[in-house]
Each structure stands twice: as C-alpha cells, then as structure tokens.
Design a protein. Structure first.
Length: 192
C-alpha cells in the first residue's frame, strides 16, 4: 500500500512528466490557452497513456521478451499508441464535436506525445509489476492534466492582465511555465 501511495505522489507531483521529465512540452504549450480545451486534452492523454501502458506492458512481457526481440519495443509501442489515438479521435468526433474542433491538430499529435511513449518505456525500465505500472501511468497522466490545466488557468488570467508589451504572449507564457515548474520542484522533498 505504501508503494502505491509513493508511486501516486511521485508520478503526479515529484516526477511530473512535464516539470521533472520534460516530456509532453508541445501540447503543454500549444493546447493550454483555455482550461476547457486543456482539460479535454488531459482526459484524452489520460485514457491513451493508461491504456497504452497496459497494452505495451503485456506486449513486452508476453511477446517481445519471450521472442528475445526487445529491440522492437519502440516500434511496437508507437503502433499501440497510434492505434489508441485513432480510437480516441473517432470517439471524440462523435461524442464531443466542439472539443474535437478545439483540439484541432493536437489530437492526432497525441500519437507523437513523447510523454505517452516515455511513460510506457519508464514502466519497463523501472521494472514495475502490472498493477504498479497502471497506477504509474494513470497518475502520470493525471499529473500531466494537472499541469496543463493549471497553466491554462494562469494563461487565461494573463490575457486580461496589464503586462508590458515586450513580455506579452509567448514571453510571459514561458516565464509562467518556468515559475510553475519551480513550484512543482518543491514537491521533490516529499518522497525519497
């Protein structure tokens, strides 16, 4: 139970995929202009990351390792992720057309979101068992969602703030992202 709690806190806050591992920066900056869009992206990433990690874990230990073709991990993992993203895209297009339109090009780009591939590979590298791998993937995705939604909320507030002209838009966004990353680094003393 203690291990599950440590993985939960560590993957969401201490080793956040965006702030500590620097994975998934493209959607973090590109999709984080509105909280609603960011939350939708976070939920899509959570679904894909959790399911992809489960499937890649099983593929790795029941196919790649027994056949001694572990060198095919990256290719197999990307195929699994791409397939899941296609499913998410089709479902989102049918269920939530406005969110589908708002996410635009970033929805198919979940396939190339290095956070999803990174988490699937980290599970193998850290030698987690299956339940721990699922907890790690789900909580990493929640950490991604938390980071992108907080950043989107701040960016929405910055739109109405009186900011000097040289710092408007991209510069203030990067400054804000850096400060937010430093704030999350404060959690690193929680888990050893």
């Amino acid at each position: 139970m203690k291990t599950f709690f440590l993985v939960l806190v560590s993957s969401m806050f201490v080793n956040n995929v965006i702030f500590a591992r620097f994975l998934g920066i493209c959607p973090y900056v590109g999709v984080s202009k509105q909280v609603s869009t960011s939350f939708g992206m976070g939920m899509a990433v959570t679904f894909v990351m959790t399911l992809a990690t489960a499937m890649t874990y099983l593929l790795n230990y029941f196919l790649l390792v027994p056949l001694k073709i572990e060198f095919m991990q990256t290719v197999m993992f990307i195929l699994v992720i791409a397939s899941l993203v296609q499913i998410v895209e089709l479902v989102m297009k049918k269920v939530s057309k406005p969110l589908y339109n708002a996410l635009g090009i970033y929805l198919p780009l979940i396939t190339t979101n290095c956070a999803i591939l990174g988490v699937a590979l980290l599970v193998i590298q850290l030698q987690y068992n299956f339940p721990l791998a699922i907890i790690f993937a789900f909580c990493s995705a929640l950490g991604f969602t938390l980071a992108i939604v907080i950043f989107a909320g701040i960016r929405e507030r910055l739109e109405t703030a009186d900011i000097p002209r040289p710092f408007r838009n991209v510069p203030i966004s990067f400054i804000t992202a850096a400060i937010l990353a430093m704030a999350f680094m404060g959690f690193s003393g929680l888990v050893k």
